[in-house]
Design a protein around this ligand. Structure first.
Ligand code: KIV
Length: 286
């Protein structure tokens, strides 16, 4: 279990808050923030004891719905999955991704959609992708009571502009742009920033030069915390495996094997057995 769950004065465990996460800038060998994605109540329940932060990521569009990118994800999808995760997670800080098209148009549109997520989900904050171009929106939201986690480097919602899911920050100019992006969103009031798919020296520099926690995904151990998509980490989503993913188990093969055994037993008549039936006595079976 994470050692970083907060305890109230009466000794009860309470949910980690945005200020708790904000305070976890790693100094003097402190433990990194442990973050994972969650989209469902069951997953949230299973992960909650081990994580500091659960992100209802818009990666759910690809992982759960089979979309090619996250661009097609809707507000309704994020709200419904956010509510499910809040029912399952009692201790981790829950943050919900704002989907493509829900915040880029203007700070006012972003506020309206972020406020809907906060009201209907009851989460601690939202995440938006983008750097300097999103700083005004980050400021607008945070000044109006909506905590924002930023996201720089590889931006999955910009896959069409980037021409694919490619590591970002190679070369001096590209590296400098990501560092400046992180500084812009940190300066605008973000409480943490996801640093995705970027070269190690870039992630290291960002972590050293901003005073909010950096959460890496393909960002190297230099970051103040780490996040992975749970289905990648558990080997359930196997369509492709980014370089930065480590599979800690092969859940996909386990599930397929369970289905194979079930199918075999249904076909052979071995399932359901007597103990799975209501009101069936041994003599009734032929
Ligand atoms: O959508 C998502 O799951 C994310 C994480 C991978 C950081 O943005």
């Amino acid at each position: 279990m994470s050692t970083h769950k907060s305890i109230d004065i009466d000794g009860a465990m309470r949910r980690l808050t945005v200020p708790d996460i904000r305070a976890r800038k790693r100094r003097d060998g402190a433990e990194p923030l442990v973050c994972l994605t969650a989209y469902t109540v069951l997953t949230a329940r299973l992960l909650d004891a081990h994580t500091d932060l659960l992100l209802v990521g818009d990666s759910l569009g690809m992982v759960l719905y089979g979309l090619d990118t996250t661009v097609g994800v809707t507000m309704d999808m994020m709200v419904l999955h956010g509510q499910a995760v809040m029912r399952g997670a009692k201790r981790s800080c829950v943050i919900v991704d704002m989907p493509f098209g829900s915040y880029q148009e203007s700070p006012e549109v972003a506020f309206r959609n972020a406020a809907r997520i906060m009201k209907e989900v009851g989460c601690a904050g939202v995440k938006i992708e983008g750097g300097a171009e999103m700083a005004e929106t980050v400021k607008f939201l945070t000044e109006r009571g909506i905590p924002v986690m930023a996201h720089v480097g590889l931006l999955p919602q910009s896959v069409n502009t980037a021409g694919g899911f490619k590591a970002q920050g190679r070369g001096d100019a590209a590296a400098e742009k990501i560092v400046q992006d992180a500084k812009a969103v940190a300066g605008a009031g973000a409480f943490a920033v996801v640093v995705e798919g970027t070269w190690e020296p870039v992630a290291r520099r960002i972590t050293e030069e901003i005073d909010i926690p950096t959460i890496g995904i393909g960002g190297s151990p230099a970051c103040d915390g780490q996040i992975l998509v749970t289905e990648d980490m558990a080997g359930l989503f196997t369509d492709f495996k980014p370089k930065f993913v480590k599979r800690y188990m092969d859940l996909g093969s386990g599930l397929a094997e369970a289905a194979r055994q079930y199918a075999e037993e249904v076909r052979s008549g071995a399932f359901p057995a007597e103990e799975h039936c209501f009101g069936v006595k041994a003599k009734d079976k032929s």
